[in-house]
Structure formats: C-alpha cells, structure tokens
Design a protein around this ligand. Structure first.
Ligand code: GLN
Ligand code: ZN
Length: 762
C-alpha cells in the first residue's frame, strides 16, 4: 500500500527561507548562503517524509518564490523588458520578474485559486519564444537522489500553465495563451527526457485548472497535450494531480481516458462529489488512484477511522494495488509543524495536524490499508476526535441557538438607503464630496514597540493605554488640521485586522509559528477558529469613544466584518462555513450596537476578503454570496436610521458580484480604485441606481508616491462624470498603516485640497 504527498511547505518550520531570502535581497548575504539554506530545507523535508515511510515523495515543490514563476523560467518565457540574454536563468532575472528591480516593475501577481497563496502570472504573446532555460526540476531530483531518496518530480502541467497565463500587454485582442500549447510542449519533452535519464520513475503534473468550469475546447487541450507527450513519457509513470474542488464529470471523462497517464490524484476533502463520481463513472483498470483524504488546506487532524472507511470503499473500486493514500493538495497551504507550538494547550493540540503531522497521517492510513494498522495511533486519534466533538470549549449551546434562529430571516434595515442617508445627513451635516480615510494610520517603530512590550508584560496597562491615547490624539489632531470630514482613530492598538478581533472573541486560538506562505517571502499566520464564537465583552468601544471625545467631528467606529474574519482564518471543519460565519456576525452585531449606544454615529465594517471566498465554480457562487452578504447584514440590521454604516473592500473588480454588493445594503462603500479606472465605471452606474454613498479610492496607498492635487481632482472629475455628486466620497484606496507620515501628510493634504476645489466648482 502506497502513500504520497502532493507538495510540502517551503518556508521551513521557523520561516528559515523567508529570512534567507530577505537577507539576500538586502545584500546582507550571498547567493551561496541562500542556496545553502534552501538545500538544507529540501533535504530535511525529503528525509522527514522518507523516515515517515512515504513512498512517493515530491521534489521540485520547493521554490525560491513561486512554482508558476519556476515554470516560466523553465520555459524561458521571460517578458522582453527584463533583458535576458539566454542561458540558464539565474537569481538576477528570476527575482526581477518576481519583485521588479531598480528600473522595472515586477510581473503581476494573483491569487492561486481560492487560496491565500499568490503566483506570478505568466505574460505570453504570439511571439513569445520558449526554450529550456531552468533545469531546476532535474537538479532537485538529482539532489534528492544523491541523498538516497528517489522522488517524484512535480511540474505545473502545460495546460494549467497556459490557462493561468495572461496575454502580454499590447498583444492583439483575441489572443489566447492556450494557443501556445504546441510551442511549450517541446520544452516539456526535453525536461521529461532529462528526468528519465536521471532515473525518475514517476512524474507528477499538477493540473488544478481541471476543477474549474472548462469548456470542451479547453478540455480538448488536455487530451492533445498528453497525447503529444505520450511517446516521451513512455516508460514513466505519469500522475495528473487535481485539487481544490470536485472534478466535473466532463473533465473526469477526459483525464481518465488519457493513455499516457498512469495515475490520477483527486481532492476528496473539498471535492465532496468526486467520490460519488468515481463510484458511478468507474475508474480505469490500469491506472492508480491517488486519493487525497488528508486535508492540505486546513490544520485539523483527520478522523482516521472515517478516512480509512473512504479508502476501503475506493479499494473495492480500483483494487488494492492501485490505491495510493495522498493529501488533498499540496501541504504548502497549511502550517508547517505542530512541535513548534509552545503556546497551544495539549487539548487543542491533540485536535490539530500541521504539514509534518499530516505526512504521518497519510502513512498511518497507508499502513492500515496494508493490514499494519497502528492501533495505538488510531485509538489516540479517535479519542482526540471524540474530545473535540464533546468539548465545552467547542460547544456553546446559547450561541448555537442564536445562530440557528437566524435562518430564514432576511435581516435588513427597515428604511431604504436613500431615506437613511437623508436622516444621517441631517445629523452629520457633511459637505458635498465628504473626505475620510479607510482606518489605519502609519504604524511607527515606536508604536509597534509599545504594543509588543505590552503583550510581553514589560509595561503596565496604564503605560500602554497612555501611549495609545497619545497616538490617537495625534492622529485626530492631524486629521483636524488637514480638515478631513469623517475622522478615524487610526487603529494604533491593532497589529492585524483579524487577529485583533480573534484575540477578543471566544472560540479562537493563535499559533506561534503557524505560518503559511502568501507570496514570495511573505507569510500569514491565520487564527484558528475551533469553537462556537461569542464576544465576552466590548472590543473597540473603549478606544472609539475615547477618540470621539477628542473631536466634535464624527469619529468612525472601525470593525472587521464576519466574512473577512472567516476567510482569513483556519475555519473549523465540523460545521458548515456559513454557520461559523453567522456566529461571528452575531458577535460583531453586539459590537456594532455597543458602539452605537456609546454615541458613535458612523461605523465601518471592513469586508476586505469577501470576494476571496468566492467558490471556484460558478454553480456554487450564489450560495456563498447569499450567506456572506446575509452575515454582513446581520451585523448592522439593528441600528438606527441615523447611524451610518460604511464598508470597505480592497479591490475594485465588482462587475460579477455587484448585485451582492448592493444587497449588503451599506450606507457607504469605500473601495480600491486607483489602479483600475475603466472597469469600475459600469459598476458605478449600478451604484447610481441604488443611491448609496461610494468612495472609490482617489490615490494608491500601495506606493510611496505622493499624488498631486490636480491628479486627484482629475480622478474625482472622471468619477463625477458617471456618478451623482451627492453620493461620492473622497478617500484613499485602503488603510495607511504601511505608509510613512512623510507620505501620508502631503497625500491627504492634496486629497482634501482637491475635494475643496471641486466643491467650490459644483
Ligand atoms: N480598516 C483597515 C485599515 O485601514 C482596512 C484594511 C484593509 O482593508 N485591508 O487598515
Ligand atoms: Zn483595503
């Protein structure tokens, strides 16, 4: 009985790769230093899997930045602007593509399916030349072999690579990257030949696009590609790996018919229907089924007994010798190793499995199937599962009852948005084109130190509160001097917009080293939602009312919305996501109402990550949007007409979800806009119809560049051309936390000047 791991985190248990990369980029260490750290990480990962007993151990899942960029390098598909003169691609060109250099911007980055990992989007055109320009896959295979470990080299499959690419700028309309398939296959042929020559017996092609809604032409490309590669692949076992969702029936039919392919990998965690598909459609007799039963997207230990049941069912379909136990996807989307968690208590720890523990789970299942069940391991797992089910820390009957009572109800504010805005205006008395900001102000080194020292109990609460109060006072004073209309307190007490709330809600736990790569050297440490969520006491009222007491202008209360808290956490898998979301919504609702009672009349509920949660398949979108938007409305359906609810989203691509955005029924929505004008206009027209306030960011906060007054007023004029004057707000794209005061002051001053200038003209 065989075991397999789709892929493994690269960063290292203590983010060793991150620090090595950043030190290299800062020129504090050499290329050799970086290569050494990388080689050590790879070898420890391979050895760890070998020692655990894994049969099919992946190689080439390591990356200095991103596996799609690695593929771009392998194919020599370097965009012209990076001036590459051929030859093997080194760090210089590679990191220029990833991060830009002194003169050139980086290539675009986008989210890898519905994960929080971002890949570098290949830019291709009809004239892109391809050549074998990075031998990384082969050298990693050989490197492992030299350590005595025969691995399965992993490549991003040719079809997914092209489907994830975008047409380069300036390429004629109608060009589709997939049309380049026959041009990239020769490079794949060369790589395959070299891997074969080096002794590889298996090769894994990751083709995750197979879980998306593909048309027949796109599906046909898989048949074409793998038929074209058939002769070069002969003599090798070939695994096509899919993950993140069900494989649609048509895609299943396509890949099970591929002659060159000997193994197919499926995500049996997220792909809930795939098991039924395998049962009903059958599985080709001569192929291996790689059953992804260990969840690569989460941090929960699996229920071994139940997974074993699934595997036994599969065994009757595909046969004992053709079933391989695997992970649902690469483990790069989960945390690395539970042994480094010093702060979690033993009970919670017994419920968890990070990547290192998942490797052990895969192996335990494979052994059990082969008749060598580790009884002690299974018993301990069953006990942990039982304790998780019945733990009072997980279950809160009151919360469950309150959340259950929400169903079937609409939770909508009674008065319509235009009447509400009128009532609010009477109270707020704002000028046309009111100015505001998104929430955070620059976080200085001193401020970060203050928070850190308080957390480490190095300073007293009194000293901490005094420090934060001073910071708020300064931010308030600055905004008054700038003459901003609706103020914020600046969020100096927050390290992170989700963690801050998670730490104050019950049902959340925090790791010390539970890092997951987000992009390049950047990692995030998502909170773990393990139990029913409730709010023991008010979370933001103290700071918000303190800030309000410092000014006669309206002070926005600042909250993170339920959908964003959910989407940026590791979520419990023992109840549907929407139920957890409803629970968080109720907790935020309590906070909204407490803020209102404390005299806060404008409350912003950020839903930065609402779009991120969109399912990969169109057919599932409506359901998600429905409960996500419902959750948002729950938070504020109980406020008075005169309380103004804002929401903020860090993107502008609303075209396909505009009806859901309208359905959120916020009074004002501020969005990112400065990097994407045209797309937004059509959405704005809808906005006019619904009449709520809209604040499309008037300048980009992601760059240190300071915009001029004219530039901002030009932008506002463009917006006014499509929008009614009375609904437009003037604000930056997003929070100012990562900027410096030297940038923020002149930028906001230009923003206010532009708004005033235009007011005078209106
Ligand atoms: N209120 C948050 C801030 O200003 C919003 C951040 C975000 O949207 N990512 O920092
Ligand atoms: Zn934002």
């Amino acid at each position: 009985m065989a075991s397999h791991i789709v892929g493994y985190p690269r960063m290292g248990p203590k983010r060793e790769l991150k620090f090595a990369l950043e030190s290299f980029w800062d020129k504090k260490s050499s290329a050799e230093d970086l290569q050494k750290v990388a080689a050590d990480l790879r070898s420890s990962i391979w050895k760890q899997m070998a020692e655990a007993g894994i049969k099919y151990i992946p190689s080439n899942t390591f990356s200095y930045y991103d596996q799609v960029l690695d593929t771009t390098a392998m194919l020599g598909a370097v965009p012209d602007r990076y001036v590459w003169n051929g030859g093997e691609i080194g760090f210089d060109i590679y990191f220029s593509m990833a991060r830009g250099n002194a003169t050139l911007p980086a290539m675009e980055m986008t989210k890898w399916f519905d994960t929080n990992y971002h890949f570098i989007v290949p830019e291709l055109g009809p004239n892109t030349k391809f050549s074998y320009a990075s031998h990384k896959a082969v050298s990693e295979y050989k490197e492992a072999k030299a350590l005595g470990i025969d691995t399965v080299p992993v490549l991003v499959g040719p079809v997914s690579y092209l489907l994830l690419s975008k047409p380069a700028k300036g390429v004629e309309k109608g060009f589709v990257p997939l049309s380049l398939l026959d041009k990239i296959l020769p490079v794949y042929t060369e790589v395959i030949a070299e891997l074969k020559a080096a002794g590889a017996k298996w090769i894994q092609f990751d083709e995750p696009t197979l879980v998306k809604d593909l048309d027949s032409h796109q599906l046909q490309a898989f048949t074409h590609a793998y038929s074209a590669l058939e002769s070069s692949l002969s003599g090798l076992n070939v695994l096509i790996e899919t993950y993140f969702a069900d494989v649609p029936a048509a895609a299943y039919k396509t890949i099970t018919s591929l002659k060159a392919v000997t193994g197919l990998g499926f995500d049996l965690i997220r792909g809930e229907k795939t098991l039924d598909l395998i049962k009903s459609a059958g599985f080709p007799a001569n192929k291996y089924l790689f059953a992804g039963v260990v969840d690569g997207r989460n941090i929960w230990a699996i229920d071994l007994a139940s997974s074993l049941g699934t595997l036994k069912e599969l065994e009757t379909i595909v046969g004992k010798d053709k079933l391989v136990v695997s992970t649902s996807c690469s483990l790069q989307h989960t945390a690395v190793d539970l042994v480094n968690e010093t702060k979690l208590d033993d009970e919670i720890k017994s419920w968890l499995a990070f990547a290192a523990q998942k490797v052990v789970e895969v192996n335990a299942l494979a052994k059990a199937l082969a008749g060598h069940k580790d009884e002690a391991f299974f018993t301990a797992n069953a006990a942990a599962q039982a304790s998780r089910k019945s733990s009072p820390r997980v279950n809160n009957a009151e919360v469950q009852k309150a959340a259950a009572a929400l169903k079937g109800s609409d939770h909508r504010r009674v008065t319509n948005v235009s009447s509400r805005l009128e009532a609010q205006q009477k109270k707020l008395n704002l000028p046309l084109l009111p100015t505001t900001t998104i929430g955070s102000f620059p976080q200085t080194i001193e401020l970060r130190r203050l928070r850190r020292e308080y957390k480490a109990n190095k300073i007293s609460e009194e000293v901490y509160v005094k420090g934060i109060k001073e910071e708020i006072a300064q931010v308030v004073k600055l905004q008054e001097e700038l003459d901003i209309d609706v103020l914020v307190h600046g969020e100096p007490e927050r390290n992170d917009m989700v963690e801050y709330f998670g730490e104050q809600l019950s049902g959340f736990a925090f790791t010390v080293n539970g890092w997951v790569q987000s992009y390049g050297s950047r990692c995030v440490k998502p909170p773990i939602i393990y139990g029913d969520v409730s709010r023991p006491k008010a979370m933001t009222v103290f700071w918000s009312s303190m800030a309000q007491s410092m000014t006669s202008r309206p002070m926005k209360g600042m909250l993170t919305g339920p959908v964003t808290i959910l989407n940026w956490s590791f979520v419990r898998n023992d109840q549907p996501r929407f139920e957890t979301c409803y629970q968080i919504a109720l907790a935020i609702k309590d906070e909204v109402e407490d803020l209102e009672a404390a005299g806060i009349t404008v409350i912003q509920i950020d839903e930065a990550a609402l779009r991120e949660g969109l399912p990969l398949r169109k057919s599932e979108e409506a359901f998600y949007l429905d409960w996500a938007v419902h959750s948002f409305r729950i938070t504020n359906c109980g406020v008075k007409d005169t309380t103004q609810i804002h929401t903020h989203m860090c993107y502008s691509n609303f075209n396909d979800i505009i009806h859901s955005i309208i359905d959120m029924d916020a009074d004002v929505i501020t969005i990112e806009n400065s990097r994407s004008d045209e797309k937004l206009l059509s959405v704005f027209r809808e906005g006019v119809k619904y009449g709520a306030g809209i604040g499309p960011g008037v300048y980009d906060i992601h760059s240190p560049r300071i915009p001029s007054t004219e530039e901002i007023s030009d932008r506002i004029k463009k917006m006014l051309a499509v929008l009614e004057t009375n609904i437009l707000w003037v604000n930056p794209d997003c929070g100012l936390k990562t900027r410096k005061y030297a940038e923020v002051k002149p930028a906001l001053s230009a923003m206010v000047a532009a708004a005033k200038q235009l007011r005078a003209e209106l």
